[in-house]
Structure formats: C-alpha cells, structure tokens
Design a binder for this molecule. Structure first.
Ligand code: SF4
Length: 77
C-alpha cells in the first residue's frame, strides 16, 4: 500500500493518529498530519484505511500496491 497526504487540507483533527499511530503523527506546532511510514506493513492496512475513512478533511489518500495513490481507495465521501 502507498499513502499520500494532502497536508494543505488537514485540519488537525487527529483521527489518523488515533487510528494508526505507527503511521501518522501530528506536527507539534500546528497539528498538521505527518507521515511516519509511507509504505506500512500489511498488518496496518486496516488501521490506515480506517484513518483515511475517518479523516474529516479527506487529506489521506491510500492506494494498494501497483495502483496510483488515491486511484482506488481514497477516503469515503
Ligand atoms: S485525520 Fe485528517 S484532518 Fe485530522 S490530523 Fe489526520 S489528516 Fe489531518
């Protein structure tokens, strides 16, 4: 899986960090999402999808291996 962030959209809600703290963090100064692991292990796939689905700003784009980022499983509108 490949993760792409759109930090300009991030509103600092922090759902991503709660869902997958191994993959996401927030900047201490402004709360904007940081990507700790752009290609996380298989065991974290569910948590990453949860994070993308819960993100209120749709700032997390997820693509499975072999797909373009955001092409198949972006956040659910
Ligand atoms: S859940 Fe979305 S809006 Fe909230 S910190 Fe993470 S990326 Fe930003």
């Amino acid at each position: 899986m490949k993760i792409t962030l759109e930090p300009d959209r991030c509103v600092g809600a922090g759902h991503c960090v709660l869902s997958a703290p191994e993959v996401f963090d927030q900047d201490e100064a402004d709360g904007v999402v940081l990507l700790l692991d752009p290609d996380p292990a298989e065991a974290l796939v569910g948590a990453v999808h949860e994070a993308a689905d819960l993100c209120p700003a749709q700032a997390i784009l997820v693509a499975e291996a072999g797909a373009e980022a955001g092409a198949d499983t972006g956040p659910v509108a």
